[in-house]
Design a protein around this ligand. Structure first.
Ligand code: UDX
Length: 473
């Protein structure tokens, strides 16, 4: 089939590369000439494992091309995917200006029957607005081209996007019930059939339900994480270990093991934005989504949890302190710094006068940019931040090491050499990478999430309960 993808961002590129890899003729269109120039010259503007190879081989085979020319991209195509950004607007709602601009561009160029696929994460009702934008342009041109708008949300995890696309758990497709909708359904079936092995993974539904499904999935996952984070904070007070609790509850198939990891908060391009957008949708409908209010609030507080632990250990004034930070990206396998908890922690440490020396295996360039933007108005604080190329260098003369992202490279470091470099052997771990007992044996003072206070005996536990009750009174 011949297919166009509008938007060469993370979702667009992964979709384009994977569809080309199973034999489709795929054209990628973007208004950003620099991005297209990078792609044409063999570069990839984002970090995603495996993507570079797939793009290169399909480009070489002539199945994947890049253009800024809308005519070339949008005439005579069987399907056109809209995969442009939907950033948060000021009120938290999804800003649809890029989606609707893409729709108008489609309306200016299509000639025959075209399936228009909403891949971007868009609020319920957007397909209708896309349809109207296309129809308006067709009317202006006096062209009577048939088209159908389909909702096909993505469920790609950064760092595992190729795997998620090619071996999906489910492929959600929302189609209209009319004749163009039936054609669209057949087109989508053919397009996704290579990924539909072993069992039928395609879930056909109405367009609105498909749009809603994406938000419901991300809101549910974000809720699990915030819930676990709140339980972790309570576990600390009562002297329980959240890691043991996680295994204990995850073994119940109704709960399951995934997405139960307590940590220093969720970030990224999806969860925070999608939770906000769903809350905004609810508000527009006159309904409060009280659970999601709490999910957001808990997450904002959780990004500060290591700051509180550091302040409890060293005091509010950190001006003569230095901290090494491992991990800047919002999660491993990506260089994405959007809403990364590291940004909150670093700003808070610098604000209290500390020096910060940080390292990330891939996100250094993005981190430099994001942190410079965060500290734009505070050049003096920014001057106390250094990014280093060697992960061990962050520890040199630091009062403590702080871990913000669970990259593999941090999982079993040379603890002796770490201890030799640190001013004092103290680790604050926002991702629970190590066993507290092992850290104890190594002589490292270890602060983690939801278990650092785990007492070893029943008496200790009662003591901890008493202490926490005293605090809350
Ligand atoms: C997410 C969804 O998983 C994906 O289906 C959707 O299409 C886009 O949003 P992504 O943002 O790439 O993907 O990352 P994900 O792996 O889901 O992690 C999101 C955040 O949650 C990260 O900050 C991660 O550290 C955090 N997280 C995840 C936890 O804190 N605990 C967990 O148990 C799992």
């Amino acid at each position: 089939m011949n297919v166009t993808i509008i938007g060469c961002g993370y979702v667009g590129l992964v979709t384009a590369a994977c569809l080309a890899d199973v034999g489709n003729d795929v054209c990628c269109y973007d208004v950003d000439q620099d991005k297209i120039a990078i792609l044409e010259s063999g570069g990839i503007p984002i970090h995603e494992p495996g993507l570079h190879e797939i793009v290169a081989r399909n480009k070489a085979a002539g199945r994947l091309s890049f253009t800024t020319d809308p005519r070339r991209a949008m005439t005579q195509r069987e399907a056109i995917f809209i995969a442009v950004g939907t950033p948060s607007g000021e009120d938290g709602s999804a800003d649809l200006q890029y989606v609707l601009a893409a729709a108008s561009e489609i309306g200016r160029h299509i000639e025959g029957f075209t399936v228009v696929v909403d891949k971007s994460t868009v609020p319920v009702g957007t397909a209708r607005r896309v349809r109207e934008a296309i129809a308006e342009q067709l009317a202006q041109r006096g062209v009577d081209a048939m088209f159908s708008v389909v909702s096909n949300p993505e469920f790609l995890k950064e760092g595992a996007a190729i795997e998620d696309f090619t071996r999906p758990e489910r492929i959600v497709i929302g189609c209209d019930e009319d004749v163009p909708g039936e054609h669209a359904r057949d087109t989508m079936k053919r397009l996704y059939s290579p990924y539909n092995r072993n069992r039928d993974r395609m879930l056909f539904m109405d367009v609105r339900s498909a749009e809603f499904t994406k938000y419901a999935a991300n809101a549910m996952l974000a809720t699990r994480i915030s819930f676990m984070n709140e339980l972790a904070n309570l576990a600390e007070r009562v002297g329980a270990d959240i890691e043991a609790v996680r295994r204990g509850i995850g073994s119940d198939p109704r709960i399951g093991y995934h997405f139960l990891y307590a940590g220093c908060g969720y970030g990224g391009s999806c969860f925070p934005k999608d939770v906000r957008a769903l809350m905004q949708t609810a508000q527009e409908q006159g309904q409060a989504l009280r659970i999601l209010d709490a999910v957001s609030e808990v997450n904002a507080a959780q990004k500060q949890v290591l700051v509180s632990k550091i302040v409890a250990r060293f005091g509010q004034d950190l001006s003569d302190r230095s901290f090494g930070v491992w991990g800047l990206a919002f999660k491993p396998g990506t260089d994405d710094m959007r809403e990364a908890p590291s940004r909150v922690l670093i700003a808070a440490l610098l604000e209290r006068g500390a020096r910060v020396v940080a390292f990330d295996p891939v996100a250094m360039k993005e981190a430099q940019r994001a942190l410079a933007a965060d500290l734009r108005g505070e050049p003096e604080a920014l001057a106390r931040l250094t990014l280093v190329e060697d992960q061990m260098d962050v520890a040199a003369n630091a009062d403590a090491l702080v871990i913000m992202t669970e990259w593999k490279a941090f999982k079993s470091p040379d603890f002796d050499s770490l201890k030799a470099r640190l001013k004092q052997p103290i680790v604050f771990d926002g991702r629970n990478l190590y066993e507290p007992s092992a850290m104890d044996e190594l002589g490292i003072e270890y602060h983690s999430i939801g278990r650092s206070g785990a007492p070893r005996s029943a008496d200790d536990a009662l003591g901890a309960l008493g202490r926490s009750a005293a605090v809350s009174l």
